[in-house]
Ligand binder design. Sequence first.
Ligand SMILES: [Zn+2]
Ligand SMILES: [Zn+2]
Length: 267
Amino acid sequence: MRVSILASGSSGNITLLETERTRLLVDAGLGKRETLARLAAIERDLDRLDGILITHEHTDHCGGLPQALGLWKAPLYVTEPTLGALRRILPDTFGKRLNRVESIQAGQCFSIGDIEIHAFALPHDAADPIGFTFRTNGTKVAICTDLGYMPNHVKLHLRETDCLILESNHDLDMLKVGPYPWVVKQRVLSRTGHLSNHAVSEFLADPEGFDSRARYLVLAHISQENNNPDLVRLSAEEALRRRPAEAAFTGEVLIASQHIPLKPLDL
Ligand SMILES: [Zn+2]
Ligand SMILES: [Zn+2]
């Protein structure tokens, strides 16, 4: 499996997953021109897509969906509540370009081509937000962003992943003194907001939580106002050093960017 994070953050999220047979997009948060530019930047020319999966209806995850459906005419995989929210939020072109919708649910397992997918519920302030794990040929990838805290069932889904894409949204101190209005700060900090660097370090340091099998640990959905990539890396690496030697993490820590695609990861 090849994983290419084209964009990650509150201005747009898109990830491309590919096997020899199957190509999927997870979220479509950038417009057509930017999406195509980022695909070109990683030397991908997508002539077809086997599915577009949407995690939830926040604009940074679905703003470019009508255009993506126009470009690739791919089946859309969403939960019913998210589809309802998408119909309310997106322009009419969305409904017109929908040809095949596959209704999915948190807790469900389904396949697209040779990729087996699990959807799991996330605590986030959207209609029915979900994360995904993807498996093919003994390789497992997880995408887990936009969640206020780490419930146990989420930790379980993230075990045995070879590539873990995990939100590390904000630094608590930067958020507190930062430019957001108080209500927005409250929203981000809530149990249905976003994961802080601190929450991520608690998870990463704990062998009962994070099993450290991942070859790639990608920290994602990093706030541009209330965090910075160096801080995210420092915080994660400090947490990983706290792990007991027998459960040491030996993989690579990567930071996904809002502005440039991450190098494609081959698993
Ligand atoms: Zn988001
Ligand atoms: Zn969101």
